[in-house]
Design a protein around this ligand. Sequence first.
Ligand SMILES: N[C@@H](CCC(=O)N[C@@H](CS)C(=O)NCC(=O)O)C(=O)O
Length: 225
Amino acid sequence: MDLVLYGAPLSPFVRKADVVLREKGIDFEIENVPMPIPDWFREINPAGRMPALRDRDVSAEGPQGVIPDSSAICAFAERAVPEPALYPKDAFSYGRALWYEEFADTDFAGTMGMGLFRPIAFPMFMKQEPDLDTARKTLKETLPRFLDYFEVELGSNDYLVDNTFSIADIAVANQLINCELVAGRKSFLAWPGLNGLVDRVSERPSYRPNLTICKKVIKEPADLA
Ligand SMILES: N[C@@H](CCC(=O)N[C@@H](CS)C(=O)NCC(=O)O)C(=O)O
């Protein structure tokens, strides 16, 4: 395999693929994808969303040799290098892990991304004022139902499925990490289980390269008080 991961580090989906590849000990290069999504990226990924992974041994150009979508990339990595396993072996637990991943990547990510991350981070990149009203409204009105759900699911465990680190924890924590980057840890301090989950997950060596870059790009969270 001669792999290149296309994407930008602040994307929770790019982080998901990045972390899973590192957990597996798979070597890869990173090629940055700017926003707005450029034409060259749309040509290799018709969904037009990062990340995508190319295996140059399959094809060095064009859409052949490319796996778009973080979930597809992570499933590929699990099949390519089964250990350490990031998906439960038990069938029901496997289904639960996929559900958490899916829910985190769709509904939770939509609320977090559109309602909190983008209103703060995107204006910041353009040296404009962040949309703090939208961010505050999200924190108060739309985000808590997701945080409540994952907090209850986690209970007193360290990890979401079978109390074992899995793709579910990566997907959920990655959304919370973006929340922390733009709004600070105090934005979800009222959910102690999720705080612990983010601590445990983000302390893993596989997270270090991505988080180091993210913290350089977003030096401090917005003051939403
Ligand atoms: N289901 C996709 C979602 C990927 C996604 O939404 N990526 C965002 C960045 S966080 C993106 O590329 N958006 C492009 C755009 O908004 O134009 C995955 O898991 O890879």
